[in-house]
Structures are given as structure tokens and as C-alpha cells.
Design a protein around this ligand. Structure first.
Ligand code: CU
Length: 128
């Protein structure tokens, strides 16, 4: 099974001028490998996707639907709403920037290799 699970913890308190929070997704041997730390809602978020394989892969997800998203690579940014995903040639990487607004379960998958799937679980954490 090529499933990578990521648990992303979200605090409910919005914080202004928060530095960007980063999620790394490495694609290696037809698997999504994620490194994650606790994330907060309403804070600028960057997903860095690195394709270490010699195959082309996709990072596709509905998690960006309807929210302003910026895709950056080699000094070029593509921005807008309704980003469906990003295709990565071998050995390429990309940064996807957006603001986390919706807690919940967000699946991502490779449209080229149907057995490649991963999931980001965005949990809204109540302050004690
Ligand atoms: Cu793939």
C-alpha cells in the first residue's frame, strides 16, 4: 500500500504575523512521505512537494478548491482559485502556498499512478 498519513494539528487561535508554516511532501519510490508539525488555522501555509523519483508524478487534491492558492517554481508563480493539483517531472519540486481555513480530512493522489494516495488530517484543536 502506498499510503502516507499525516496528522496536522491546528490550533483555533488565529495569530497575526505568524511566520509561514511548512509541510514537506517527498515523493519517493511511488510513495508520498510527509514530515509535518502542528499547524494553525488562518496562518499562511506552504506545502513543499519534492519528486525524488525518475518518474513523473502528480500531487492532486481537492483541498485547494475555492481558496486562493499560489504555485511557485523557479521564480514563477501561478495564482488563483480552483487549483486541482501540480504535476512534477522527475527530480523537480514545487511550493504550493495557501491559508489553511478548513479543518478536516484532505486526500491527495497521483492521477498517473492510481495506487499512490496520501492524506492530510487537519484537526482543529480546542484551547484547554
Ligand atoms: Cu505517480
Amino acid at each position: 500500500m502506498f499510503i502516507a498519513m499525516a496528522m496536522l494539528l491546528l490550533a483555533e487561535t488565529p495569530v497575526e504575523s505568524q511566520p509561514e508554516q511548512v509541510v514537506e511532501v517527498v515523493i519517493k519510490n511511488f510513495t508520498y512521505v510527509t514530515k509535518q508539525k502542528a499547524l494553525r488555522l488562518g496562518v499562511p501555509t506552504a506545502i513543499k512537494v519534492v519528486n525524488e523519483d525518475v518518474e513523473r508524478h502528480d500531487f492532486g487534491s481537492t483541498m485547494f478548491e475555492g481558496i486562493p492558492t499560489k504555485v511557485e517554481q523557479d521564480g514563477i508563480s501561478v495564482y488563483g482559485r480552483g487549483v486541482g493539483g501540480v504535476m512534477l517531472d522527475p527530480r523537480r519540486n514545487v511550493v504550493i502556498r495557501f491559508d489553511l481555513e478548513r479543518p478536516g480530512r484532505h486526500e491527495f493522489r497521483c492521477s498517473i499512478h492510481s495506487n499512490m494516495k496520501g492524506e492530510l488530517l487537519l484537526l482543529s484543536v480546542e484551547a484547554a
